[in-house]
Write a protein that binds this ligand. Structure first.
Ligand code: WE7
Length: 157
């Protein structure tokens, strides 16, 4: 069987947006029976939250949307990730700038904004960490759902 295609979701701390993106992707490939051909992980640009679970607002949005089985501990991205993953998705332009500056010369990963695949054209998944409510987390979830679905429609035969 062909090797699995591997996707890595990245944000600043790996506790808000990239866990939502990972959980949405994992849920989608499970439901579509694509786990033989796709794999997903998430990681941080900064090790600040290493070992911590996602923000409670991220977890409650996922639970509310029926994703009850997601668990994750934050980890920082490594040089190896650039060799192991086929796609590395950032959530905003700062993420992409940082990924491009860390990228080793022989990286095989394609570095892209996840929102590039959003059929609604919302390119940036805004950082909701300092928001005083959950609205930004719901919005991030919806953006991830649209982008993940259209990414996989484009890249599965
Ligand atoms: C964030 C964050 C996010 C910002 N998750 N943090 Cl206090 C801090 C310091 C260094 C690294 C991290 Cl991760 C954090 C906590 C966690 N999504 N977004 N901080 C953020 C947003 C806008 C301007 C500056 C920061 C640090």
């Amino acid at each position: 069987m062909a090797p699995k295609k591997k996707v890595l979701m990245i944000c600043l701390g790996n506790i808000c947006r990239s866990p939502i993106a990972e959980a949405v992707f994992a849920d989608y490939i499970n439901k579509m029976n694509l786990t033989n051909s796709w794999e997903v992980e998430s990681a941080a640009l900064i090790g600040y939250h290493t070992g911590k679970g996602p923000d409670r607002r991220a977890m409650s949005v996922l639970r509310e949307k029926g994703i009850n089985d997601y668990c994750h501990k934050a980890r920082p991205i490594t040089e190896e990730d650039f060799h192991n993953f086929d796609w590395i998705f950032g959530m905003d332009e700062d993420n992409i700038d940082e990924l491009e500056s860390m990228k080793p010369n022989k990286s095989k990963a394609q570095i892209e904004l996840l929102g590039k695949y959003d059929p609604k054209g919302e390119l940036i998944i805004r950082d909701p960490y300092y928001d005083s409510d959950s609205a930004g987390f719901y919005k991030a979830y919806e953006q991830c759902v649209r982008s993940v679905a259209s990414f996989l429609e484009k890249n599965t035969s």
